[in-house]
Design a protein around this ligand. Structure first.
Ligand SMILES: *Cc1c(COP(=O)(O)O)cnc(C)c1O
Length: 375
């Protein structure tokens, strides 16, 4: 077999450990998963009702034009449908954008510790990933990323991914940084700027701005949204893109005709209009984050204030050992060794009692495991 070296060397994205697998491996009945930034409230109830009603016509192929969903998004977000597209999760959008804009050996630019899907997609599409180091506060170095672009014309950087807020760090780029970045890189013909705003609805920072506010000003700007987080539809696999009409047109040529299944379209359409659920999801996130901050302070563990529905913190211990000890107690958190952090973990906000059980387990585990000697 001859397999291309980029594919052979591919390190696949490692999702959070599933509950069923943890139950099997550790012989546990009760397992709490706070590992994948999912919505702990479940799917929006309106989405569930809509899905139940749609079950009886699943013998039919889904609408390949996503007509109803795109019109709902258009109405709510204020963009014409020609500027909107949906995919099988943001995952598919990221992958196809890379395929569309990068020739083999051309580059994708992002930050160190950016959402890992950008790197996996770059490699799978034979592009090269380039990463600019984080600032000391773990935020993206927006100025550094723009500087890097101009300093490396030979790398043929065709796409820049900015996750704002970022996962796993929970940090955000400020309005001032976003505006300066766009002023320097906006409206270029040779590079597309993608703001992945999966956690947009959870942001509390007053100096945050969504890049969607600048869509009218820049023709090389794309914004990604997902239904996996605040809308509680991760299992349905659906994400959305706001982009210039030319990009949407090309995207629709490249994507599979039935990339988003009917139940996902129906669920997203209903969830978008479930304002009460969205507000409840925000409240539970913010309350949970504040609880985590308080507990982590009590435990003496440094954390990065988060604009997402999760927080990254330093266990000051070998995170692999901490993770193992937590799993034995039925708590799935997320070690982030694959992002280069040996002592950090990420915990997603769960229901109140899940958060409490997780923090109690963490407190016990810390007593068992020695401090990490960084040398
Ligand atoms: C969770 C997440 C997404 C969502 O991915 P889907 O494929 O839509 O589930 C996108 N970007 C970031 C940064 C995320 O953390």
């Amino acid at each position: 077999m001859k397999i291309s070296p980029e594919i052979l060397n591919l390190i696949p994205y490692k999702p959070g450990k599933p509950i069923s697998e943890t139950q099997r491996e550790y012989g546990l009945k009760t397992v709490y998963k706070l590992a994948s930034n999912e919505n702990p409230l479940g799917p929006s109830p309106k989405a569930m009702d809509a899905v139940k009603k749609a079950l009886d016509h699943q013998n039919l192929y889904p609408d390949p034009s996503h007509y109803e969903l795109l019109h709902t998004i258009s109405k709510l977000w204020g963009f014409p449908t020609q500027q909107l597209a949906v995919g099988n999760g943001s995952d598919e959008l990221i992958d196809l954008l890379t395929r569309i804009f990068c020739e083999p050996k051309e580059s994708v630019l992002t930050s160190v510790a950016a959402f890992n899907a950008y790197e996996v997609s770059a490699q799978a599409n034979r592009a090269v990933i380039r990463k600019v180091p984080l600032l000391t506060n773990y935020a993206f170095d927006m100025k550094g990323i723009a500087d890097y672009f101009f300093a490396h014309p030979e790398e043929n950087i065709r796409l820049i991914f900015i996750s704002n807020p970022n996962n796993p760090t929970g940090t955000h780029a400020t309005k001032e940084e976003v505006e300066e970045f766009l002023a320097r890189l906006g409206n270029r013909d040779d590079v597309m700027i993608v703001f992945d705003e999966a956690y947009n609805e959870f942001v509390r920072a007053e100096d945050y701005v969504s890049a969607q506010n600048y869509m009218g000003q820049y023709k090389n700007l794309i914004v990604l949204r997902t239904f996996s987080k605040i809308y509680g539809l991760a299992g349905f696999r659906i994400g959305c893109m706001i982009a210039p009409p030319e990009v949407v047109e090309v995207f629709n040529r490249v994507r599979k005709p039935f990339n988003v299944n009917d139940l996902a379209q129906v669920a997203a359409n209903a969830a978008l209009q479930d304002k009460e659920f969205i507000e409840r999801s925000q409240q539970i996130c913010w309350k949970g984050l504040d609880y985590f901050y308080k507990k982590l302070e009590e435990l003496g563990l440094p954390y990065i204030p988060s604009q997402g529905n999760f927080v990254m913190f330093d266990t000051l211990r070998d995170a692999a050992q901490v993770n193992e000890a937590l799993l034995r107690r039925g708590i799935i958190m997320r070690p982030i060794l694959n992002y280069g952090f040996k002592t950090h973990m990420r915990i997603s906000v769960g229901l109140e009692h899940e958060n409490e059980v997780a923090m109690a387990a963490l407190a016990e585990v810390l007593k068992e495991i020695p401090l990490y000697n960084k040398q």
